[in-house]
Structure formats: structure tokens, C-alpha cells
Design a protein around this ligand. Structure first.
Ligand SMILES: [Zn+2]
Length: 292
């Protein structure tokens, strides 16, 4: 008799965009509470989750490998050892996908929060997990997270998990870091600045062979709440008003251009579309595809 399964075999999903193969890989989940949201009452937050048959405030943490010819990029590095046992599984899952971290030549970060940048470096050895990768990020990110006066204004938790984390995780990449403001950041990939959540927060627009995919980073943390109510912000937004404006702008762009989108906190693997009807947004997940 076969054994009873205890977990998924591999949290990995491939999606072809023209000549580029995008592979969604899970880092795990982040268990939080409704208190992470602003501009919505606890009752309404609970009610919306209940309506969506969700009894837990669990955020997917997704990362994406991009295979373009002989180049290999990774968008985000997961949360390493910073955010508890339900997360930090990205590196193991990259190995499980048959990809060697040494073969990754570029790391693209949407921003430097611990669920995105804390998998850059193994803090027990102090060595980078991606020894041959150039680190590519919007110039505002190191400018802000490496700024002592900005750090001094943070709470103890922010100092440790955000500012200190960004500094120690980026340390081995100091002489192989490239910053951008906009434009092409990797063959077939353009940065889409959508600041607010953090000062340099940026999505990535992948275009190849007439197909497109927008990897929108943290435009949404809790889809059941922030898609129908884009004015709901997060306690971790550095500039909540700008974060809301970016969310609305990206939703409108995705809806108008019928863009395929995915994100770091949409339910794994996160591919889908944004529909806009009578001013209301809806996320429509893309069905599983058998073939690439
Ligand atoms: Zn995040």
C-alpha cells in the first residue's frame, strides 16, 4: 500500500511567455493577522476572508525564475531564515526543480523586504546563496534601507527585519549590484516602477514573441480584500497613499491592456488577469495549463 501524502510534491509551475520560460517557485507562506491591513475594519476584513472560504490570513510567498536563451534570472529570493518555519523554502525548491543556484546569473528584486531579499545570503556562513548572480534593484531601495537616518525613525522590528536585514543580506553582493530607475533590466524584461509600498518598489514586465506578463511584486498582499478595495493599505507600506495610487494605476493598466499578471503574494502560482466592471476590480485566476 502506498503511503498517505503529507505535502505537495513540488511547489513549482512553468508558464511560457514567448521564448522565455517563467517558473513560479514557492518560498512557503506567511501567517499573519488582519491587523496587517489599514483602512479596513477587523470585522470587514474577517467577513471578506470568510466570504472567500479562508479562515486564515496566510500570504503566499512566490518567486519566479526566468529562462531566456542561455540566461537565467531569479525574481526575489524568498525569506531565508527570517520569517519562521512556514517560509524560507525557496532555495530547497530551486534545487528540487533541478536548477543549480550557481547557474543563476541575475537576481531581480522588486524591493528589499524580508520576504523578498532575505534569501540572498546564508547568515550562518555569511556566504551568498547565488555566487554568480548580479543583484539588480531600483536605486531607491539601497538608498532608503541603507540610510541611517531612515533606520533611526523605524520601530525596533523594522530596524531588524527591514533595514538590518537588507544591509546584511546585500553585503556579499556589494560589488555586483546594479541599480536602475526604469528601462530594460534583463533581456526581455523591463522595470515598471510602482513605488509606495517601498520607495523603489518595482514590477517587471516580461515581453517575448508577442506575449507579455507583468510580475507586479507587492501591488497586492491580500487579494480577497485589496482587489475589491484597492484603498486598503498595509502597515508595512512605507508611503501608503503612494502604494494605493500605484495599485490603482497597475490594476487599470492590467485591465485595459488585458495583461497577464502574477505577483509575490497572489495565491501560488498567481497567474491571472484583472477585470474591471463598473469601476470594480476582480482577479480572474488563469486555469492550469497542461503544456508549455
Ligand atoms: Zn512582500
Amino acid at each position: 500500500m502506498s503511503e498517505t501524502p503529507q505535502q505537495q510534491i513540488l511547489p513549482i509551475y512553468h508558464r511560457r511567455i514567448g521564448d522565455i520560460v517563467v517558473t513560479a517557485i514557492s518560498d512557503g507562506v506567511l501567517l499573519r493577522t488582519n491587523e496587517m491591513m489599514n483602512d479596513v475594519s477587523k470585522q470587514e476584513g474577517d467577513a471578506r476572508l470568510k466570504r472567500a472560504f479562508r479562515d486564515q490570513f496566510a500570504l503566499s510567498i512566490n518567486a519566479f525564475l526566468l529562462q531566456s536563451g542561455d540566461r537565467l534570472a531569479l525574481i526575489e529570493t524568498g525569506s531565508g531564515a527570517y520569517l519562521g518555519p512556514d517560509a524560507g523554502k525557496l532555495l530547497a525548491n530551486i534545487h528540487a526543480a533541478g536548477v543549480s543556484p550557481e547557474s543563476i546569473d541575475t537576481i531581480l528584486l522588486t524591493h528589499m523586504h524580508p520576504d523578498h531579499s532575505a534569501g540572498l545570503t546564508d547568515m550562518t556562513s555569511g556566504k551568498s546563496n547565488y555566487p554568480n548572480a548580479e543583484l539588480v534593484v531600483h536605486e531607491n531601495e539601497p538608498k532608503y534601507w541603507f540610510d541611517d537616518s531612515a533606520m533611526a525613525r523605524g520601530t525596533e522590528r523594522e530596524k531588524e527585519l527591514m533595514f538590518q536585514q537588507a544591509r546584511e543580506q546585500c553585503a556579499p553582493y556589494r560589488d555586483r549590484m546594479r541599480t536602475f530607475t526604469s528601462g530594460e533590466v534583463f533581456p526581455g524584461v523591463a522595470a515598471v516602477p510602482c513605488h509606495g509600498h517601498t520607495p523603489g518598489h518595482s514590477g517587471f514586465l516580461i515581453e517575448s514573441g508577442g506575449e507579455t506578463l507583468l510580475v507586479w511584486g507587492d501591488i497586492v498582499h491580500m487579494p480577497e480584500v485589496q482587489v475589491p478595495r484597492p484603498e486598503v493599505t498595509m502597515t508595512v507600506d512605507v508611503d501608503p497613499a503612494a502604494a494605493e495610487a500605484s495599485r490603482r494605476r497597475i490594476f487599470d493598466m492590467a485591465a485595459e491592456e488585458r495583461l497577464l499578471v502574477t505577483g509575490m503574494h497572489l495565491h501560488f502560482p498567481g497567474f491571472g488577469h484583472i477585470a474591471k466592471t463598473d469601476g470594480n476590480y476582480q482577479f480572474v485566476p488563469e486555469p492550469w495549463q497542461q503544456t508549455l
